[in-house]
Unconditional design. Structure first.
Length: 132
C-alpha cells in the first residue's frame, strides 16, 4: 500500500457541553496539527498516490473554513459535540468532497492536539474497482 501524507494546522475555539468533559465544557481554544494520509494500492500513471499540491491545497481549503472560528457557531456542528475525533471525521468528509478519490484505497485524518495526544479518523473506499 502506498501513502501520501500532507499536514497543516488549524486554530479553533469550541466548548464541549457535557459534564463528561469537565472544564472543557467552557469555551476554549485549540490548535491542531492536521495530518492527512491518502492510501492507494497501486500508483497512478504518474507514479504518485496523488499530486502533493492537490492534497495540500485541498487540506488548506477545508481548514480555512474552520480556522479562527468558534465551532459552536458552525451549522456543521449544531447539536453535536466537536470532539477531536468528530472534527477528524468532519475534515475527512470535506476532503472527500473536494478530491477525486477514484482509485484510492482510503484516507486517514489525524489531529494532534498535543505532542503526546492525538485522535484519528480513517475511512476506506472499498466500493471502487482496484481497491484492496
Amino acid at each position: 500500500m502506498y501513502t501520501l501524507t500532507v499536514r497543516d494546522h488549524v486554530m479553533i475555539a469550541h466548548s464541549l457541553a457535557d459534564p463528561f468533559f469537565g472544564p472543557a465544557q467552557r469555551l476554549h481554544g485549540a490548535t491542531f496539527v492536521v495530518e492527512t494520509t491518502w492510501r492507494r494500492a497501486t500508483l497512478t500513471e504518474h507514479a504518485v498516490v496523488m499530486d502533493i499540491g492537490v492534497a495540500g491545497d485541498a487540506l488548506r481549503a477545508v481548514l480555512a473554513e474552520l480556522d479562527y472560528r468558534n465551532l459552536d457557531e458552525l451549522p456543521a456542528f449544531a447539536g453535536r459535540l466537536s470532539t477531536t475525533e468528530a472534527l477528524a471525521a468532519y475534515i475527512a468528509e470535506r476532503l472527500c468532497d473536494r478530491v477525486d478519490t477514484t482509485g484510492m484505497a482510503g484516507l486517514e485524518v489525524t489531529l494532534r492536539e498535543h505532542p503526546d495526544a492525538w485522535a484519528s479518523y480513517a475511512t476506506t473506499f472499498p466500493d471502487q474497482p482496484g481497491r484492496s
